[in-house]
Design a protein around this ligand. Structure first.
Ligand SMILES: [Zn+2]
Length: 608
């Protein structure tokens, strides 16, 4: 990691003192979690009216993405846009479905049904569906592994699963299933080889197996993963070597991340899903090694990964420029997807620390406060010319935000047989899947470290509660029913045994403003510091600091304090650095570029 405040020594000792007993931390589905806080709830409430509406408008009216499906259904041959544009439609539908789960809306459901009818009408008799090949290259299907046919199919399947979950309607799910069955008639053991250039199908097949109960889809996902690294990948006109799309080494032998960042994240997520579905540990050694390579040596303080514009991915370890950082929004979303899966398999707060770092920084920066403009690239410094756009020719990031944010509730809680896990601190009401227990959480996170939890369940039963101590948190107090207690910490989780109906837990985390330094091998950050408070990374924007923008943080004489909420930034709480000669005002990184255009930087000079 580029810079981080390590867990305190005392916490680390407490970890060692408790025997490792935890076995699983299965996420509580977001359909069971109602977010009620002041930070996320208003944003999610407006998601349909802003981000979802923007995606619908772009897909339907401002680009030809929907018309491509209509062209196929009507026997046309004109394809508009990029060869993987179908995936944006599917990802938007996934976001529409998730939005419907917690915010029912008949008009939105009608719109989704209308799209699904058009998609279904564009499917071949044999199950194949892809508007680019069907319209533009009907004789070249399955000839170029980097043309994203399986990538699009994966997003189709995810959208179908999501919409069935939201509405019970299975028309789109069946379209996805038919496509999966078609692929399995062409590829697989004893049939044709295939290495999907852009991963995604693997994790989608695991979801399909989950809803259909058909193990064959997991087998196919594993087969696709194990096709990699044997020199059989074929791409016709892309300038990349096999390392770019993770085809140099068999996946179970991977040790270091390389190539395109989003492809890596989706592949690791698929590897985790195959193991979770089968109980095998086939890829665990590789995933552990990859995790350390990404988090220890290639992750920005914002949770951004993939520093290079050239390959949308990785170069050398510690090569992390700020001004030229790529840090695609999708890559940070991928980090959240993968790390949640790691935490499900082997609960450890370090994984959720990454999820949280991404959610509050590198992902949330990807969408404007209005919900209608998007960053594809999330640099840590700007000379004033980098701004969110209403859409992109390659629109993977807007459509990914569209589906990720309404699924946020699924990252807060987990369950194992006798235990309820609290992974994130987001005010919410949650009904556990056992149908017996509910949890109410109130908090002013991420601006304050106060959390109160109230448990409700059967009088004659008890549950253990495991509450994550965030990696940024060095000191805290915990009270159960008003009484101060000392609880052991295991793998970064406080363990409160034997909690029962009506119990109230108050968890108060000190949330000071902190100065962070990077690993000295990161040349771009030598002699610099970044400021954080709680899970939030802060930045300097020119509009707040017209006369002091270039003031340095002083080695001796910088005083850090919590500032006022900024009204134009939805009351985002500012931070003030007082240095000899002036005050520097900082705002949360996610909120930058929502006011007057200007310069921005996260890493500030630190000298006398
Ligand atoms: Zn993207």
């Amino acid at each position: 990691m580029k810079n981080i405040s390590l867990r305190s020594i005392s916490l680390a000792m407490a970890v060692a003192a408790v025997a490792a007993t935890a076995v699983a931390n299965t996420p509580v589905d977001f359909a069971r979690v109602k977010i009620t806080d002041n930070f996320w709830a208003p944003r999610l409430h407006n998601h349909a009216a802003t981000t979802v509406a923007t995606c619908i408008d772009q897909i339907e009216n401002k680009t030809g993405r929907m018309q491509n499906f209509e062209q196929v259904a009507n026997g046309g041959n004109i394809h508009s846009g990029i060869f993987f544009d179908d995936s944006d439609v599917y990802k938007a539908i996934e976001g529409m479905a998730y939005t419907l789960i917690n915010n029912p809306d008949q008009a939105l459901e009608d719109k989704t049904d209308e799209w699904i009818d058009k998609i279904a009408a564009a499917q071949d008799e044999n199950g194949y569906i892809n508007t680019f090949y069907t319209l533009a290259k009907p004789n070249d299907r399955w000839t170029d592994m980097d043309k994203h046919e399986m990538y699009c199919a994966g997003h189709l399947i995810e959208a179908g699963v999501a919409y069935q979950k939201a509405t019970g309607k299975d028309k789109l799910l069946n379209v996805g299933r038919k496509m999966a069955d078609h692929m399995m008639t062409v590829f697989g053991p004893g049939k044709r080889h295939w290495v999907p250039g852009h991963q995604e199908i693997e994790l989608a097949l695991c979801k399909l197996a989950d809803v259909t109960g058909e193990k064959k889809y997991i087998d196919f996902a594993r087969w696709l993963l194990d096709e990699r690294g044997h020199g059989i990948g074929v791409r016709l006109d892309m300038p990349w070597d096999p390392g770019y799309y993770q085809d140099l080494t068999p996946v179970s032998e991977l040790t270091d991340i390389s190539g395109h960042a989003v492809r890596c994240m989706y592949m690791y997520s698929g590897m985790a899903d195959v193991m979770s579905s089968t109980g095998e540990k086939t890829y665990m050694k590789a995933l552990h090694s990859l995790w350390h390579d990404v988090v220890d040596r290639n992750m920005y303080i914002t949770g951004g990964i993939g520093s290079s514009h050239t390959n949308e991915g990785f170069t050398e370890d510690y090569d992390m420029p700020n001004l030229d950082a790529y840090c695609e929004t999708c890559a940070s979303i991928g980090m959240a997807l993968w790390n949640q899966r790691m935490n499900t398999m082997e609960p450890d707060a370090k994984y959720v620390d990454v999820v949280e770092r991404c959610i509050y920084n590198g992902i949330l920066s990807g969408v404007s406060l209005s919900g209608t403009k998007f960053f594809y690239v999330n640099p840590l410094e700007s000379t004033g010319g980098h701004h969110r756009q209403e859409w992109y020719g390659c629109a993977c990031c807007p459509s990914n935000v569209c589906r990720f944010l309404p699924s946020l509730g699924g990252y807060i809680y987990g369950v194992s047989p006798e235990t309820i896990w609290v992974n994130l601190y987001i005010g919410s009401e949650a009904a556990m899947p056992d149908g017996k227990w509910t949890l109410n959480q109130t908090t002013s996170y991420p601006y304050e470290g106060n959390v109160s939890l109230t448990l409700a369940g059967p009088e004659n039963e008890k549950r253990d509660l495991r509450m994550r101590v965030p990696g940024w948190c060095d000191s805290y107090k915990i009270r159960v029913n008003g009484k101060a207690v000392k609880a052991p910490v295991e793998k970064g989780y406080l363990v409160l045994s034997g909690c029962g109906n009506g119990d109230r837990i108050d968890f108060d985390m000190d949330m000071p403003v902190k100065l962070n330094s990077a690993d000295t091998r990161v040349k771009a950050d030598l002699g610099k510091r970044a400021i954080t408070r709680g899970p939030l990374v802060y930045c300097v924007e020119e509009c707040d600091n017209a006369n002091t923008y270039d003031l340095n943080l002083k080695v001796n004489g910088t005083d850090l304090s919590v500032g006022e909420p900024v009204a134009e930034l939805n009351d985002a709480v500012s931070v003030i650095a007082t240095v000899p000669g002036g005050k520097i005002k900082l705002v949360p990184y996610f909120s930058w570029d929502n006011r007057d255009a200007g310069r921005m930087k996260v890493w500030l000079d630190y000298k006398n």
